[in-house]
Design a protein around this ligand. Structure first.
Ligand SMILES: NC(=O)c1ccc[n+]([C@@H]2O[C@H](COP(=O)([O-])OP(=O)(O)OC[C@H]3O[C@@H](n4cnc5c(N)ncnc54)[C@H](OP(=O)(O)O)[C@@H]3O)[C@@H](O)[C@H]2O)c1
Length: 350
C-alpha cells in the first residue's frame, strides 16, 4: 500500500508523537488529521532542508479565514491529510540550504507558505521569504502579508482607487477590513465608509480611520449608505461578506463604480444582476491574492514589499485583535468563526 504523503512529498514517517528524551529533536505543530475536527498538537521530527530551502524558527503565524476553510475542506485547495495549516508567518532563519543566497541564519523574515505555518518550525523555499526591516516587530510583520497584500491589490491594482474617492468596505473591523481602511485612508487618501455587524466593530473601524460607519445588522446597508453619500453613491466597494451584503453594496455604487469580490465570509455567493452593471457603467471584479503567487509572482511579491515599506514608513499600522498560543489554536479558530475577532488574529509560537 502507498505511504500517506504529507506536505510536499514527505511521508508520514516524518511525523512522530514525542518519543521521550534521547530520540532526537522535535518541534510542535498543529495538525489537521480529519476535516471538520479540532486540530491536534503533535511533536514532529524535523526534516532536512533541500538546497533551495530555509528552516525558520516561527514566532507568529496569522490565523486566516482561509486556514479554517482549508481545515473544513471548504477551500479551493484541498491538501492531503494530515497537514499543518498556516499560510503566513514571521520568524528568524535557523538554517539555510546549500543554494540559498537571499537570507542567512538569524535574519528576521516573513514567510508565505500556503501551509505548515502553525508550527514552531517551518521549512520553506527561499523565494517565499521576505526580509523584515529592523523597525518592524515580528508580531506586526506577521499581520501584514495576507490582509495587507489583499487590501493593496484590491484597492490599487483591481479597483484603481484614486485620492478623494469613497470606498465602502464590508466586515470592516475584520483582518482584511481594517487593512483596507488603513491602506485606503493613509496611503491612497480615499474616504472610507466602514460597514460591520455591530456598533463596537463600527466604533473600532472609525478609530482606525474610517470617516463614517454603518451597522448592517440593524437594517438596510443600501439605505444607510444613501443617507451618508446621497444618491451619487460610492466609487469603490471592497466586499468580504457576500450574499445580501454584497448585493446591497453593489446597489450603492456610483457612476463608473467598481466592486471587488474578496470573499464570502457570510457563506453565500451572490449572483450579479448584470443590468446593474450596465445602468451605471459599473465594473464587478474579483481578487485572489494567493493566486498571484503562481500567475504573476513579481506583483505578488510587490504587494508584500509594499506592505513592509508602508509599515516601515509609518504610513500603515496593522491592528492585532488577539494572540493565541499554539495549543489554543482551536479557540482561535472559534474566535474567528463566531465573529468575535477584530483585526488580525495571530498564533504565538513562543
Ligand atoms: N480573495 C482573497 O485573496 C482573500 C484574502 C483574504 C481574505 N479573504 C476572504 O475574505 C473573508 C474575510 O477574511 P478575513 O481574514 O478578513 O476574516 P475576518 O477578519 O475574520 O472577518 C470575517 C468577518 O466577516 C463577517 N461575517 C459576516 N458573516 C459571517 C459569518 N456567517 N461567519 C463569520 N464571519 C462573518 C464578520 O464581521 P461582521 O460581524 O462585521 O459582519 C467577521 O468578523 C473570508 O471569506 C476570506 O476567505 C479573501
Amino acid at each position: 500500500m502507498a505511504a500517506v504523503v504529507w506536505g510536499r512529498g514527505f511521508s508520514r514517517a516524518w511525523l512522530r508523537r514525542s518519543a521521550g528524551p534521547g530520540c532526537g529533536r522535535h518541534y510542535r505543530a498543529a495538525l489537521c488529521t480529519e476535516l471538520k475536527r479540532p486540530l491536534a498538537i503533535e511533536e514532529v521530527t524535523p526534516r532536512p532542508v533541500r538546497p533551495h530551502e530555509v528552516r525558520v524558527d516561527v514566532h507568529f503565524c496569522g490565523v486566516n479565514f482561509a486556514d479554517i476553510l482549508v481545515c473544513r475542506g471548504q477551500y479551493q485547495e484541498r491538501p492531503h491529510l494530515p497537514f499543518t495549516p498556516g499560510m503566513e508567518f514571521s520568524g528568524t532563519v535557523l538554517e539555510t540550504g546549500t543554494d540559498v543566497s537571499t537570507v542567512k541564519q538569524g535574519d528576521r523574515v516573513i514567510g508565505v507558505s500556503g501551509l505548515n505555518g502553525m508550527a514552531e518550525e517551518c521549512v520553506i523555499d527561499q523565494k517565499r521569504l521576505w526580509q523584515i526591516p529592523e523597525s518592524i516587530p515580528l508580531r506586526e510583520a506577521a499581520a501584514l502579508p495576507a490582509s495587507y497584500g489583499t487590501a493593496i491589490l484590491a484597492l490599487e491594482r483591481r479597483a484603481c482607487t484614486q485620492p478623494g474617492e469613497t470606498v465602502l468596505v464590508t466586515a470592516a473591523a475584520g483582518a482584511t477590513g481594517l487593512a483596507v481602511i488603513d491602506v485606503a485612508t493613509n496611503v491612497l487618501q480615499a474616504k472610507v465608509i466602514a460597514a460591520a455587524g455591530s456598533d463596537e466593530k463600527c466604533k473600532l473601524a472609525m478609530q482606525r480611520g474610517a470617516q463614517s460607519s454603518v451597522n448592517y445588522s440593524q437594517g438596510s446597508l443600501k439605505e444607510a449608505v444613501k443617507k451618508l453619500v446621497g444618491s451619487g453613491g460610492v466609487n469603490v466597494v471592497i466586499d468580504t461578506v457576500g450574499g445580501d451584503v454584497f448585493l446591497e453594496a453593489l446597489h450603492s455604487l456610483a457612476w463608473e463604480g467598481r466592486i471587488v469580490v474578496v470573499g464570502f465570509a457570510g457563506g453565500t455567493i451572490a449572483s450579479v444582476p448584470a443590468n446593474l452593471l450596465l445602468l451605471k457603467n459599473v465594473s464587478a471584479m474579483g481578487v485572489i491574492w494567493g493566486r498571484y503567487k503562481d500567475q504573476n509572482f513579481p506583483l505578488f511579491s510587490g504587494s508584500i514589499s509594499s506592505a513592509l515599506q508602508y509599515c516601515q514608513q509609518g504610513r500603515i499600522q496593522p491592528y492585532i485583535g488577539a494572540v493565541f498560543k499554539l495549543e489554543e489554536v482551536n479557540d482561535a479558530f472559534l474566535h474567528v468563526m463566531q465573529r468575535k475577532s477584530t483585526g488580525k488574529v495571530l498564533l504565538s509560537l513562543k
